[in-house]
Each structure stands twice: as C-alpha cells, then as structure tokens.
Write a protein that binds this ligand. Structure first.
Ligand code: GDP
Length: 144
C-alpha cells in the first residue's frame, strides 16, 4: 500500500446541481482526505491546456465549452492508493456504463457531463495537482 495524492474536479454540472457535499461525503467515507480545495472558473486557455491530450478528439471543443460553462470545485485527495481509489469511486467515463453505486452512475448526466474528473495515474496526478495548487496550498494531514 502506498500513500498517494490525486487531483479531483467536480465539473460544472456537479457544482450547478449542488453535488459538492454528496461527492465529498463519498471521498471521506472511502478514506480519501481533502487536503486542498478551490472553487474556480476555468478560462478557455486553462481548459484547453488541462485537456491538451484530447485536442485531436472530435469532442474537444465541446468539452472545453462545457468545462468553462460555470464554476468547478477542484481538490487534492490524499489516502492509500488514492489515484485508483478515486477512479473506482468515479466509475467509467460514460455514466450509462459505470458500475452501480459509482459517482458517475448516480449523478453523471452524459459521457461528457459526467460530474467528476480524477487523475488516471500517479504521474499525471503530480502534474495535475501542480496545475492548480502550489506546495504551500496542500496540507499533509496523514502522518508519514
Ligand atoms: P476520464 O479519464 O474517464 O475522465 O475520460 P477521458 O480522459 O477519456 O476523457 C476526458 C473527458 O472528456 C471525460 O471525462 C468526458 O467529460 C469527455 N469525454 C470523453 N469521451 C467523450 C466522448 O466520446 N464524447 C464527449 N462529448 N465527451 C467525452
């Protein structure tokens, strides 16, 4: 087991529909501690940069428009195997294909408006945390 950090975003649909508390409850019940958090609105340039890996995909412009459509809630989660644990809580990208009891299955609207983002590897987690937070913003709450 290894103590990890991962980046999570509650996307505009989740914030607009008042799901922040419900999503945080799932994190905390699963042993994922919130060690940094910020609400912000992504600029177009920030959204394009964050999702740059998808820039050749047909849904890229639509994804950027959606991610800039309202405030998002961004947090760093800390816990054992945090990256995979958060992905398991989220469920598959398409809510219709996500397992019962996952965040996306319960509250995602569509393959695009799917409630949450979560880093998909420890290496990407480091980059994504640094995209939004400085070291001074992240609290270490678990004894190492
Ligand atoms: P994730 O790691 O499960 O979030 O999935 P990806 O990294 O493959 O995709 C990033 C985000 O792009 C997803 O969370 C969706 O919001 C969006 N997305 C992925 N696939 C599709 C698609 O086929 N159509 C549309 N419209 N959006 C998609």
């Amino acid at each position: 087991m290894s103590l990890e950090r991962t980046l999570s975003i509650i996307k505009p649909d989740g914030v607009a529909r008042d799901r922040i508390g419900s999503v945080y409850d799932r994190f905390e019940r699963a042993g994922l501690r919130i060690v940094a958090a910020r609400m912000l609105e992504l600029s177009r340039a920030q959204a394009e940069s964050f999702y740059a890996v998808h820039q050749k995909r047909p849904f890229f412009q639509s994804l950027v428009a959606y991610m800039t459509s309202g405030p998002v809630m961004v947090q760093v989660l800390e816990g054992e195997e945090a990256v995979q644990k958060n992905r398991d809580l989220m469920g598959a990208t398409d809510p219709a294909k996500a397992a019962p009891g996952t965040l996306r299955r319960d509250w995602g609207e569509s393959i695009e408006r799917n409630l949450v983002h979560g880093s998909d590897s420890p290496a990407n987690a480091l980059c994504e945390i640094a995209f939004f937070f400085g070291e001074i913003d992240v609290f270490s709450r678990t004894p190492r």
